[in-house]
Design a protein around this ligand. Structure first.
Ligand SMILES: [Zn+2]
Length: 235
C-alpha cells in the first residue's frame, strides 16, 4: 500500500498543542474522491479537513500530517457532553480534533468496496504504528479508540460514516490480529534433553509449564498433597 500526498497550502490544519493522538475517527465523505481532493485543497475552504481519504479503488490520499490537527470532528465544550463515545467524554473539555486522527471514506452510506476495506484496515494499522514511532505509544485498535464521527457528534453527524459502515468486520480483524500476536509471543515448546514434553507459556521471562511432564521426563516422581496444597517432586 502507498499513501499519495494531496494536501496543499490551503489545506486546513493546526497545532495539536502537545496532545498525543489516542484515537482514530472514521468518516464518510458524502461524495467522490475527486470532490474530496478538490474541497480539502480549495482556497475557499476555511471549514474542514481530514488526515486521510480512502477511495473506492483502495487508493489512500493524505491531506494533513498526523502530527498536526485536522479540522474533522471538532466540538464546542458544551457539545462534548452529548458525545456517546466514552473516550470523548473522558477527555473533556479538550477539543477532540487535538487527540484524534481522521479517515474519510469515499461514499455515502458507509458501504465500502473490498479494495477500500482492505486499504482502510492497512491504514488503521499504519496510523497506529506511526503514532508509536512519533509519540512512543500506539493507538489501540479497539471499540474504544477507533470510533465513528456519529459517536463524537451525534447531534450534527448522526450518519457519519453511515449505517452500513462495517464496524463488526473491522473490529473482528483488529481482534484476530491481537490474538495472533499473543500466540506468537508466548506459547513455547518445552523440551527435556531435546525431547518435547509439553507446551509452556512464556510471560515476563518466566515459563509456565506442567510440572509433572517436566519432572517425569527427568526421572522424578510428582506427588500432590491436597491438604497442604503442595506439589512435591522427588528423585
Ligand atoms: Zn464525519
Amino acid at each position: 500500500m502507498q499513501i499519495i500526498q494531496k494536501g496543499n497550502q490551503h489545506t486546513n490544519s493546526s497545532s495539536r498543542d502537545g496532545h498525543a493522538p489516542i484515537a482514530i475517527v472514521d468518516h464518510i465523505s458524502g461524495g467522490t474522491m475527486g470532490s474530496m481532493d478538490a474541497w480539502f485543497t480549495s482556497s475557499g475552504n476555511e471549514q474542514s479537513s481530514a488526515h486521510f481519504g480512502v477511495s473506492k479503488t483502495g487508493e489512500i490520499h493524505q491531506y494533513v500530517p498526523i502530527d498536526r490537527m485536522a479540522w474533522a470532528n471538532g466540538l464546542s465544550v458544551a457539545s462534548i457532553a452529548k458525545a456517546t463515545a466514552p473516550l470523548i467524554k473522558e477527555q473533556s473539555p479538550t477539543n477532540p480534533n487535538k487527540y484524534t486522527v481522521s479517515i474519510e471514506h469515499e461514499g455515502t452510506d458507509g458501504t465500502l468496496t473490498e479494495a477500500q476495506f482492505a486499504a482502510t484496515v492497512w491504514l488503521h494499522n499504519y496510523i497506529s504504528a506511526e503514532i508509536q514511532r512519533l509519540y512512543g505509544k500506539p493507538i489501540t485498535l479497539d471499540e474504544k479508540h477507533v470510533i465513528g464521527h456519529f459517536q463524537v457528534d451525534p447531534v450534527r453527524k448522526p450518519y457519519c460514516p453511515g449505517l452500513k459502515f462495517p464496524w463488526s468486520r473491522l473490529y473482528a480483524i483488529f481482534k484476530s490480529k491481537e490474538v495472533d500476536e499473543v500466540k506468537k509471543d508466548v506459547i513455547v515448546s518445552v523440551k527435556v534433553n531435546g525431547k518435547r514434553v509439553a507446551d509452556g507459556v512464556l510471560d515476563g521471562g518466566v515459563t509456565y509449564t506442567p510440572a509433572r511432564a517436566v519432572a517425569e521426563a527427568l526421572g522424578a516422581t510428582v506427588l500432590y498433597d491436597a491438604k497442604t496444597n503442595t506439589v512435591n517432586i522427588t528423585k
